[in-house]
Design a protein around this ligand. Sequence first.
Ligand code: AHG
Ligand code: MN
Ligand code: MN
Length: 341
Amino acid sequence: MANMNFQTLARHIIEQERKHPEATGELSSLLHDLSLAAKVISLEVNKAGLVDILGFTGDNNVHGEQVKKLDMYAHDMMIRAMDHGGHLCAMASEEEEDIIHIPPHFHVGKYVLIFDPLDGSSNIDANVSIGTIFSIYRRISPDNQPGTTEDCLQPGHNQVAAGYILYGSSTVLVYTAGSGVHGFTLDPAFGEFILSHKNIQTPKKAKIYSINEGNYLYWHPGLKKYIKYLQDEDKATNRPYSSRYIGSMVADIHRNLLYGGIFMYPADSRNPNGKLRLMYECNPMAFIIEQAGGRATNGKQRMLDIQPENLHQRVPIFIGSEEDVKMVEKFMAEVEVKARK
Ligand code: AHG
Ligand code: MN
Ligand code: MN
């Protein structure tokens, strides 16, 4: 007989909640709503090659980048799935300049949801993995009022939950609510997320590095030295490392979470703040990776301690296996010390 002893996401969330008698069930219910949005987006992503959804809408998003239709589909779907649950007081999306209010006829709750509806969207046409990233905070403004921008602009260490949904060879939802990182694979037959990766811990040191090496010329000299170091041969430290770069942060980080490794999107002489966004991409991933025993910084400071100044701010990121992240920080700091002498 088939083994029916599996755990669905819904059951897992309820069981996690039972460990916290003070919990009201609101966060569980919010995560459940999110998983519904994930299933709908996953279906649409899987159909991407079949329906007339590929191609540019002709619009630019707030970062001046071209937006593909599926980005907007995912953005709209997240809002439609989440605005009436009664758990949120505001949302913010990478695809929208300002915060998104809860329509006045819906109940206003105590949480804020921040999301990147579709990450890695330049990969859609090539059938390469993409994802949705989310981050949840408790509001800081008084209850029962519309949420404010300040509710969204909290440092990452205030996150109560974060996660991503990776639309890859299968659809996987990975989340943390502050007690470990758990991964669920969508069973396309049942339409249920089933626990497949229990309490994920990332290796302390690995041999994968992920960075867009096309930007080499513009990097910090310490970073150039570090990458050359990784490419040198030394059996004792497992070098040379392997280079793996998909160009979808969510897919690159998921692989590194499981296998270990370092993912970097540094500042460079053309982009002094790097490319990735603190609120939509870096903070949720930093929370997950720290919960899995890894490290995430901007090269100098813990990512989760950065005080955000605006919703769409960009930040350099070094994230992954703890020893590897510490090593790149060391290389960059050494060059700076030498330069000052
Ligand atoms: P998005 O599709 O949400 O705009 O994010 C794309 C990001 C991220 O997923 C990826 O790591 C990075 O852009 C890749 O950038 P490069 O093409 O500059 O390497
Ligand atoms: Mn993104
Ligand atoms: Mn995006």
